[in-house]
Design a protein around this ligand. Structure first.
Ligand SMILES: C[S@@+](CC[C@H](N)C(=O)[O-])C[C@H]1O[C@@H](n2cnc3c(N)ncnc32)[C@H](O)[C@@H]1O
Length: 282
């Protein structure tokens, strides 16, 4: 359903389209990148940390802002296969509910929670982040860890604000328009977002307006593009190296997805990344 929340857009993807996108990309992302389905965080141009280290470091940036401790309650909207939620639960002692619209991810994440002996306080559920099945004011913190771009952002934020308790926090990362682009780059970005089932980019001012318009107070809104740019570079290199092997293993239906992953859009400097921390007023 489309509506006129701030950030609503006719080109925002539908949950079913995103679900279908992840049905194919779950496996390929693991092969090309790793099991944290988000960008890595590198501290400098010299920092050559592995994908695993850099993506865990990004999770740690979110954990540091989460504000939950033992007994706290955090909702992870768009939880992937659950690594960030489990890492947060292990480090803070909080209770976590992860929601994804992709069944395979939820199954996988539940298995990991069981294996880690944490299934009593880390739950994973199938659901739509833009239509949450939780009561009002039921979480201390909500994470939207690289997931809002797949939803109508204004609608998802309205749901997030509803389930947050007054004084509760939103911690999010998202794609960002980090500067003006040439018409050719605009077209590259548009086509890429469509192929990865993502909505349009906002710049920092647009993002601030979206958060404020959703009833949140912005604590931090950071352009962390330079810390994340190794991500597309490494994915492009991995596709170059492993294209034929992956098509042979997973079948010709993965070839179009490999084209999406190796698209030069990742090298467009203004195709950026942000970290946001906001609170619901008391
Ligand atoms: C880039 S991945 C990030 C996954 C995870 N947060 C992580 O960092 O590993 C985006 C996630 O958002 C989920 N997602 C996309 N649209 C959704 C929706 N409408 N409702 C729930 N989850 C959604 C995807 O299935 C996927 O798990």
């Amino acid at each position: 359903m489309r509506d006129d929340h701030p950030g609503a857009s006719d080109s925002a993807p539908l949950s079913e389209e995103t679900d279908a996108y992840y049905d194919i990309s779950n496996q390929i992302l693991r092969e090309l990148w790793g099991e944290n389905f988000h960008h890595g965080y590198w501290t400098s141009e010299e920092d050559d940390s592995s994908n695993q280290v850099a993506t865990d470091r990004m999770t740690d940036e979110l954990i540091a802002r989460s504000g939950v401790g033992e007994g706290g309650r955090l909702l992870d909207v768009g939880c992937g296969v659950g690594l960030p939620a489990l890492r947060l639960a292990e480090r803070t002692g909080a209770h976590v509910v992860g929601v994804s619209n992709n069944e395979e991810q939820v199954f996988d994440a539940r298995g990991r929670a069981e294996e880690a002996g944490m299934s009593d306080r880390v739950l994973f559920e199938l659901g739509d982040g833009a239509d949450l099945e939780f009561p009002d004011s039921s979480f201390d913190t909500v994470w939207a860890f690289e997931s809002l771009m797949h939803m109508e952002r204004g609608r998802a934020l309205a749901e997030i604000v509803r389930v947050l308790r007054p004084g509760g926090r939103l911690v999010a990362t998202d794609l960002l328009r980090a500067g003006p682009m040439s018409p050719a780059d605009e077209e590259l970005v548009r086509a890429h977002l469509e192929a990865m089932s993502a909505g349009p980019l906002l710049d920092l001012d647009g993002y601030r307006g979206l958060l404020v318009g959703s009833g949140l107070e912005v604590v931090e809104l950071l352009d962390i593009t330079p810390n994340t740019k190794r991500t597309p570079r490494r994915i492009i290199d991995a596709v170059d190296e492993r294209h034929d092997e992956l098509v042979e293993r997973f079948g010709p239906q993965v070839a179009p997805l490999l084209e999406v992953f190796k698209a030069p859009v990742g090298l467009v400097e203004e195709f950026g990344y942000l970290l946001a921390h906001a609170v619901k007023p008391t």
